[in-house]
Design a protein around this ligand. Sequence first.
Ligand SMILES: Cc1ncc(COP(=O)(O)O)c(C=O)c1O
Length: 439
Amino acid sequence: SSMLCRVKASAPAVNRVLGRAAATSGEVFNKYPRQVKFAECMEEELHHIDNEGMTRREHKYYNAHHGRVSHKGEGELLNFTSNDYLCLNRNPEVVKAAQHALDTHGAGLSSVRFICGTQDIHKALEKNLADFHHQDDCVLYPSGYNANVGLFEAILTSNDAVICDDGNHPSIIDGTRFTKAKVYKYKHLDMQDLSEVLEVAKSDGADLKLVVTQGAFPNTSDIAPLKEIGQVCHEGHAMLAVDDSHGVGILGAHGKGTPEFHGVLDKVHIINATFSNALGGGGGGYTVGMKEVIELIRQRARPYLFSNTLCPAAVQTAAKALELIVKSHVDLRVVFENAKLFRTQMRHAGFDVRGENLPNCPVFVGDHRIAKEIADEMHDNGILVQPLYYPYVPNDRAYLRVNMNAGHSVEDIQRCVETFIEVCRPHNLLNHNKIRHTH
Ligand SMILES: Cc1ncc(COP(=O)(O)O)c(C=O)c1O
């Protein structure tokens, strides 16, 4: 807030200076007052955000590796916020593959895919991803966000319907804003509601119906029941698209994601995902699906057509991460064992930790200001956890994001739990079990 106050204090001074300038120069008078007004409006917004306790700050970390981040001058913190579930972003083979790509394929291509932005490595990664997911074809994007923004507009028309889980990621919501198809929502993971909404879409005359859900929901640590969703889609003549950004690489016996976890690899028609989580963290995203869908995306999806291609180092980071997973060179069990240990110990201490089967172990707090306070105190004690509040979740349902990864040791987890207990005792968060049992 000190930064905002300084802005506030200096604004009248700026006005005065400009006022004087205006007396001598009509040109300045016409030009700058508008900028001052502009700045004042922005400043007002920033004050509003700050008054609500919602201001976000970036910390400068460097050298993230194996569940730790370094903080200049303050040594190392244990990092429980990253989505690098398998700790592949520092894997020597992954880093070497990215470095080699710079030598052989350059830093970037300065072009979108269909102009001069397609190299052998782009095509190879697309082929490997399609095979990995048991789908016909794949298209790469500069990010997972773009994959979601591109999909619906490219393949649906105003006669169609897209039906969304109401807990879907903002990038999916943004994607549905671009389509001319009618957008419906169903209650998070609620099969009865999905079924009813599909009926409504049908009676509204929808031609194609596309249901879209995340596979894994990290904020609430839910895994979508894809078998049941697939069944409802089948009965309602709908296609199923899954954003599996938090499932790919870790869920299922071979890391193929939520569809493999539920044994329904053949029931999901389209999968979108990011490379930024388990797949090396080098950035980028993709869509896999049947060949007609992928071809239409190549013809129409705006982020594919109008945003530059994925750089070679990012392509090879993802390619190597995928290869390590496919060849079972990474142990997918460690991250889940870590999550189990954390949940068991935290629940024993009385915390409300959500979920069962994901490395995301959100700790429920409620009030977003308290969540921020706790995160700050954890940080002071060398533990990095992230308060999650609006627009991630409603403000009275604030969580602390606590993600396990394969690089955390048993000691790391115990230290995290002990620090939680120490920091949260005054905040009265340790009696969740008692509350639950007395109701
Ligand atoms: C479910 C989901 N989809 C898409 C994205 C966006 O991916 P990217 O960071 O590659 O844009 C995220 C990002 O965190 C996500 O959680």
